[in-house]
Design a protein around this ligand. Sequence first.
Ligand code: IMP
Ligand code: MG
Length: 181
Amino acid sequence: MKKEVEYNGLKFEPYISKERIDARVQELAGQISKDCCGKDPLFLCVLTGAFPFASDLFRAVDIDAEISFIRLQSYQGMSTTGVVKQVLGLGDEIKGRNIVIVEDIIDTGCTMHNLISLIKEKGANDVKIATLLFKPSALCRPVKPDYVGFEIPTKFIIGYGLDIDGKARNLQDIYVLKDEK
Ligand code: IMP
Ligand code: MG
């Protein structure tokens, strides 16, 4: 793990190591396997940020399951725009299915709130939320994730799928924006 990384002139320091992420992903996969056994869940990976998490989580689940992808956009730079665009949409594959949404992070909850309505409109039987990270104090929508990797304070983080203007997604560990001193 690097001591410090820099993007857009901003400095980030180590926050959650690859080892901790891996261990937590295994635990979440174990819980999901238990809860969803026999329900043929459809994992719905929210692109782009959730793809490393979804890839690791999906392969760690040891029950019959399927995966699909949706692409939404609400963030520009370091703050949410509040408007959620559906870039790569949902088809009819949702109808009657038990959905496990796989998200990288829940911040204001705006994206998740919109996505849940969309999925319910399409006639899903059940919707569960798995998010690697959750910022409870930033939440402004009534969203309750079922599986949370790590609860974190309202800080800006990057790595393991999380980006700053499209960069840093390929970092294996998670880094946090350094406090300006
Ligand atoms: P929300 O709609 O405010 O909950 O934001 C959700 C989306 O914003 C996530 O799927 C991320 O793509 C992005 N996001 C929120 N917080 C961070 C962060 O700390 N770093 C990078 N992206 C973030
Ligand atoms: Mg995202």
